[in-house]
Design a binder for this molecule. Sequence first.
Ligand code: DGL
Length: 260
Amino acid sequence: MARTPPTILVFDSGLGGLTVYREVAAALPGARFVYVADDAGFPYGNLAEDALVARVTEVIGASVSQHAPDLVVVACNTASTLALTELRARFSVLFVGTVPAIKPACAQSMSKRVAVLGTQATVSREYTRALIREYASGCDVVLVGSPRLASFAEAELAGQPVADAAIKAEIAGCFVDADGRRTDTVVLACTHYPLLIDRFRAVAPWPVDWLDPAPAIARRVADLMRGRPPASPVPPPRIVFTSGHTPSPVLAAALAKYGF
Ligand code: DGL
């Protein structure tokens, strides 16, 4: 008897979650995917904490009722570092969050100088500070909050190019050269940022390792879904939901590249 493929809901404030989706979809090509972008609330980095928890709980709650997913990937650091506990308490579905990859970054850094690049909200969260206290011993970690990069990534994906100088200014704080040690690892602590990775590499003052947590998240999702094989090797349709405007033709074309 054919078995129903698992349904995986991937959630972000905008299109950044696509960088996580593409890794999860590569690991589980037969799953049914629902991508939920709360673009009417974008950017989450600018929302007050109470408002963000209420919003994320409401949008995810509505999507869980509508699509009955087996697992929800909160593909947003700004939301995960604040709302995961509340989400797990409210809904019985499995949740996998996206939080700054401080532990692997500090473990792999040779110079023991690491930067965490995220929204201003993510880098100021207690959750992020606790990760540093717990996992960064012996490593100097600089927190760099960017007010504009997530919007730059959305603009680029919509076909509106952003100038090199503007990108360079947002990442400049990551590059520390002191006491004979330079930053060698930058944690991409916002899911929008891997969309700009080629631009970061082009304007960086020196080469660094840009740590994207998406492959590790995909492995975690695949582990949790083990034993629930998809019914058919033909990928089921992929559904996209945006809470705001309808995607422009350029944006729709960008989404189509991801299978939506
Ligand atoms: N993609 C989201 C993250 O990972 C943030 C973008 C926003 O400010 O909404 O933090």
